[in-house]
Design a protein around this ligand. Structure first.
Ligand SMILES: Nc1nc2c(c(=O)[nH]1)N[C@H]1C(S)=C(S)[C@@H](COP(=O)(O)OP(=O)(O)OC[C@H]3O[C@@H](n4cnc5c(=O)[nH]c(N)nc54)[C@H](O)[C@@H]3O)O[C@H]1N2
Ligand SMILES: Nc1nc2c(c(=O)[nH]1)N[C@H]1C(S)=C(S)[C@@H](COP(=O)(O)OP(=O)(O)OC[C@H]3O[C@@H](n4cnc5c(=O)[nH]c(N)nc54)[C@H](O)[C@@H]3O)O[C@H]1N2
Ligand code: SF4
Ligand SMILES: [Mo]
Length: 744
């Protein structure tokens, strides 16, 4: 019996924990935390130990499947690719390119092949219509970052280990393990802040698990964060607490912000936010007084009605208190390997512009080229010129994750062509004509991509595959084939390596001409032969490391890093804590931080109307759990065992008022739909707010996830109205949905 030990990074969430994987006779026998991992130092969560199960999951697709007479049949790769080609060409040749769309899902950010090859897929295929999980997630933050700092992913994060005051708003790292904040054991690090005499305040309608590690819970009415933050801005100006410090000469629009915050006094917003005016004043003073403080906002501040205003104000507060780009404040990460997503987008060289075109059916303005994901259903279902006839889903499950789920369930079967690049037959891919599976997390190499762009330190870790499989195409090859089909190439003539070279050479060529790039002015023809011989994501990764801040710059810094250094360091390489980087990352046309972008401040009128608005007395918010990962890990028995977690949390007062009982079922009704779900009465909810997890609803016909089927839960997006959006980013509002509940 041969036992081998493998060190690798868990790809499941942004914490990027190091795992020690033991394999005996080709089977995983144990997964433990890697105590020597330079980044996670022995931290993991229960999901990390399930990679072996997911690798062996009998429901996971190992071969492509094609729909025949309503049933999936396993076919050869040649056959599956031929069907995919014919389906794609059928749509493009009959209806034109505009009838074909891509939906990008969340795991793209966590898979090396997908992270590096969605860009060439998009660019080469010529597909112009894109939808993504991004518009139920961080689109508002992308808008505020683009307009304030000049890049949609130029997003600062809290320098957790050196902060002494953190206001955490709309985030629950106890469940999520941190988001747009990459740090293993966020909660442990929050507790340390208190231990060193600092303070953590959690602003959330629910007393979450994170609160146990914090010093104070401040309940808030969903969707009113922007009002609360604006009132804090008001206090900073009123009480002369604004102190830009090192940012003094680097900011535009300070006077505008001072004027704009005038109406938003603490008294004006207090009742709406359900936060006492005195507490708002104190909060502003605490932030101002902190030597190293930061406001950190996440999904509760994004996928809600005023997502962009809230996202913007988080950074405004960090600027006004001099905390942006300061140690222990809110800082820009310094990744060892840059991400393609972070490169400046040539579309916006003269600044960002939104609403350049509108969606066909609803007239929704585009933002970064996308419409709210809920538009997808109506674009499929509504006949006429420009109707969507084909869809490629790449690692996504919009049938569960997109608002107005009921409409998408009805629309997906109407497509002439649905191709899913996915590893399971789930609520979305069950409608596919072809499913092209990727490999398990243990069969592919790993090195995190964009997540390092908001990590609390500069580190990196390369993991070779535990079970290399050379007989099947890698996902980057699948994506390039799909691109080739869109370009008109047939499965017989397609040259994947040629397309890969075309993309890679083009990238190197463009970057050697980009001002400020590590290889600026060098000759691409001399660089390319120095790159790794094998194509694919590792060649790109090596290039990204070598041209990054610690790289060898192809000879210019002989002691610098290359991918080979990581291959020789199974526990990773850590290059140190966060450093001030504002001057380097700032790309606004003015060269300054734009504190009052007109596109955003024009939305303040809408916020003003929200204050005092009469509304339903019960609002629904979403939640996550540490043993769950969006919609796709409910097929792991150890993660779904125990009591039902898909419950509606209801405050005792609301429960008695509405006549619902703990353990019994309630009917929950919104403008969009009605569901029935078990109730959990709990004083961890603030009165007037109920909470339901997202990612459930595995009771759809045709899915092949046996374990998940036994623990179906309900899809909370059946309740989310598609048109309920943060208007200026187009991000869906899945928090703060007016609902009515009663006993079922
Ligand atoms: N009501 C409500 N809705 C929400 C949210 C909420 O808070 N409330 N959150 C939103 C957020 S933040 C997000 S990110 C979205 C998520 O939305 P999606 O990305 O659409 O959903 P996931 O459940 O992450 O689906 C991931 C899919 O990728 C597949 N997959 C997993 N690993 C791989 C891989 O390596 N390769 C391939 N090809 N496929 C893989 C899985 O089988 C699954 O089908 O949901 C959003 N929807
Ligand atoms: N275990 C696990 N980890 C995950 C995921 C998962 O599904 N499971 N999903 C991953 C993904 S895709 C993402 S985007 C991240 C998200 O990471 P987080 O942003 O930390 O997400 P949540 O844990 O949903 O926490 C959001 C909190 O916002 C609160 N909230 C809701 N509405 C409002 C509001 O209007 N105002 C305020 N202030 N708070 C509000 C909710 O009560 C909840 O506690 O997590 C990632 N990590
Ligand atoms: S927190 Fe859990 S899911 Fe996230 S990377 Fe670590 S082990 Fe994986
Ligand atoms: Mo997300």
């Amino acid at each position: 019996m041969s036992e081998t030990t493998h060190y690798r990074t868990c790809p499941l969430c942004e914490a990027m924990c190091g795992l020690e994987v033991t394999v005996e006779n080709d089977r995983v026998t144990r997964i433990r935390p890697d105590d020597d991992d330079v980044w996670s130092k022995g931290y993991i969560c229960p999901k990390g130990t399930t990679l072996g199960y997911m690798h062996e999951d009998p429901d996971r697709l190992r071969a492509p499947v094609v729909k025949r007479d309503g049933e999936f049949v396993e076919v050869s790769w040649d056959e599956a690719l031929r069907v995919a080609h014919d389906k794609i060409r059928g749509v493009i040749d009959t209806h034109g390119m505009d009838a074909l769309a891509i939906y990008y899902g969340n795991p793209i950010a966590h898979n090396i092949s997908l992270a590096k090859y969605v860009a060439p897929l998009t660019a080469m295929s010529g597909i112009t219509v894109g939808y993504s999980a991004g518009t139920v997630d961080q689109w508002p933050k992308n808008v505020s970052a683009a307009l304030m700092f000049g890049g949609m992913w130029t997003i600062p994060t809290v320098d957790l280990d050196r902060a002494d005051f953190v206001m955490m708003i709309g985030a629950n790292p106890h469940a999520s393990q941190g988001s747009l904040l990459a740090a293993p054991d966020v909660c442990g690090r929050l507790r340390e802040i208190g231990r060193r005499g600092g303070k953590v305040v959690v602003v959330d309608p629910r007393r979450t698990g994170t609160v146990k590690y914090a010093d104070e819970w401040l309940p808030i009415r969903p969707g009113t964060d922007a009002a609360l933050l604006m009132a804090m801005v008001n206090v900073l100006f009123e009480e002369n607490l604004v102190s830009l410090a090192h940012l003094e000469a680097k900011v535009n629009g300070l006077d505008d912000v001072e004027k704009l915050c005038k109406p938003f006094t603490p008294e004006f917003v207090a009742a709406t936010c359900a936060v006492p005016a005195d507490r708002i004043r104190l909060l502003a003073r605490e932030l101002a007084a902190a030597e190293r403080g930061a406001v950190y906002g996440r999904i509760g501040t994004c996928n809600q009605e005023f997502g962009t205003l809230a996202s913007w104000l988080v950074d405004v507060l960090n600027v006004l208190t001099g905390n942006l780009d300061r140690e222990g404040g809110s800082m820009f990460a310094n990744p060892i390997a840059w991400s393609i997503t972070m490169l400046p987008n040539p579309e916006y060289t003269d600044g960002f512009e939104f609403g350049r075109w509108k969606s066909r059916v609803r007239g929704a303005p585009e933002v970064f080229g996308q419409f709210p994901v809920s538009c997808m259903a109506e674009e499929i279902a509504t006949p006429g010129k420009g109707q969507l006839k084909g869809l490629l889903t790449i690692a996504g499950n919009p049938a569960i994750s997109a608002p107005d789920a009921g409409k998408l369930h009805d629309a997906l079967p109407m497509l002439d062509c649905l191709i899913s690049v996915d590893n399971w037959i789930n609520e979305t891919s069950t409608h596919a004509d072809v499913i092209l599976p990727g490999m398990s997390a243990l069969e592919i190499p790993h090195y995190d991509d964009i997540i390092w762009s908001w990590a609390v330190g500069s580190a990196g870790n390369y993991s070779p595959p535990v079970f290399p499989d050379t007989d099947r195409p890698q996902e980057w090859q699948i994506l390039l084939m799909l691109a080739g089909f869109c370009m008109g190439q047939s499965p017989d003539e397609i040259d994947v390596d040629g397309l890969d070279d075309l993309f890679f050479h083009g990238l190197v060529d463009a970057l050697t001409q980009m001002p400020g790039f590590a290889l600026e002015g060098r000759d691409a023809r001399e660089i390319i032969p120095e790159c790794r011989e094998e194509g694919g994501p590792l060649r790109i990764l090596d290039f990204q490391i070598r041209t990054g801040p610690f790289g060898d710059h192809f000879g210019a810094k002989p002691d610098g890093l290359t991918l080979a250094d990581f291959e020789a360091a199974p526990h990773g390489i850590h290059m140190g804590p966060m450093i001030p980087r504002l001057a380097e990352v700032l790309k606004t046309p003015s060269g300054k931080v734009e504190l009052a972008p007109p596109y955003i401040t024009a939305d303040l009128g809408r916020l003003q109307k929200r204050v005092g608005r009469k509304e339903s007395d019960l609002l629904l918010v979403s939640r996550r759990h540490v043993r769950s990962n969006n919609s796709w890990m409910h097929n792991v028995p150890s993660l779904v065992s125990g009591r039902d977690r898909c419950t509606l949390l209801v405050h005792p007062d609301d429960a008695s008022r509405c006549g619902v009982r703990d353990g019994a079922k309630a009917e929950v009704r919104s403008e969009a739909g009605v569901i029935v779900v078990p109730v959990e009465v709990s004083d961890e909810m603030t009165p007037g707010v109920v909470s339901l997890p997202h990612g459930w609803g595995h009771d759809r016909p045709g899915i092949r996830v046996a374990v998940a089927r036994e623990h179906p839960g309900v899809n909370n997006n059946l309740l989310a109205p598609g048109t309920f959006v943060d208007e200026i980013s187009g991000n869906q509002a899945v928090n703060g949905i007016p609902v009515v509940i009663r006993a079922a």
